[in-house]
Ligand binder design. Sequence first.
Ligand code: ATP
Ligand code: MG
Ligand code: MG
Length: 388
Amino acid sequence: MDKVVGILGGGQLGRMLAQAASVLNIDIVVLDVGEHGPAKQVVAPKSPRLAHIDGSFTDAAKIRELAAKVDVLTVEIEHVDVNVLDEVQDSLPLGVHPSPSTIKVIQDKFAQKHHLAAHGCPLGEFVSVDATSESIISAIKKLGLPLMLKSRTLAYDGRGNFVIRDANQIEDAIGALGNRPLYAEKWVPFVKEIAVMVVRSTTGEVRSYPAVETVHKENICHLVFAPFRSRDPTIADRARAVAEAAVKALHGAGVFGVEMFLLADGSVYVNEIAPRPHNSGHYTIEACETSQYENHLRAILSLPLGSTALKVPCAVMLNLIGASSDMEEITSVAQRALAVPGASVHLYGKSECRKGRKMGHITIVADSDAALRTRLRPLLECLPAPSD
Ligand code: ATP
Ligand code: MG
Ligand code: MG
């Protein structure tokens, strides 16, 4: 392949995109702060022209510098300078994917909900609020308690969310999020969380991956089970249909991660969409015929999409989240996993370990759910306990 892909952001998602690119001999140039981040570590530029760029993915000048070197620009994070992406997209032979207009809608979660609602996607109720107790009280009157207060922008891993369980927490909520643009969501009493990765080509072909169950711990993805299991066999197909419809409401090529809630009555709501490869799709590397990373590259380069089917009966992905600054706690779980049949270890090469930081993940595949649980159990038992 003689095309060059520029990636805004050089964390673990960029690293796994770069790993997939190297197999297809696709050149990658990464823009992120520092010279040795997770993505840059795995790509040695073939020529000085393809050198990575040291700078922020929110820096307009650096984005222009990246655009001048590549055929197509993509993102591993949505919190980028979207106006510059808009400005450069016509100068790039293959444009910017997903489209800047899509990134713009998604990076404001309130605008995203509006957009999805306008396109008929099933969603919980939400209202605009500002950081005053009057405004929050009126949201509580409309949506009830608990109330999920959310930052409209720059949210990840639940940092930007505040659950108001009692009206006497309003001041705490304003203290925590008051300096950010806000909106509120009605509490969704979900019984499970589901995610579906969806890939769309430049010609508009859409393929979804199997539905998976995501399990969060302290707002951070902890486990992903593939495929989604339930007594009602229609749920997985309905979740895929909801996810495909949600992605069809957006422009541009690439993979999208659609997070959803399953309610007790069997209905499926969209929570949010990520316009890029997603944590809930890491399992596709070992468990699907084409990984989310390879399919993202195929999509944005107008290459034929690969099959999204599972190639193993079942898989589980366990995130390795820092419990403290002690890197040893992570590497010891990873070493333990090397002895587990069907386990693949991914360590992201981050220079420092921190509480709540994603340091790596382990995917286990197996022939049955029972075997999967047996393989997973010893790893769950040796996870470090979070310390303060
Ligand atoms: P991500 O890292 O996935 O981008 P985020 O910071 O954007 O996270 P959300 O996905 O909005 O956060 O919320 C994080 C988690 O909080 C969800 O996965 C879900 O468990 C819970 N949650 C979010 N919204 C609601 C809601 N309206 N009702 C109940 N729980 C919710
Ligand atoms: Mg989010
Ligand atoms: Mg989320």
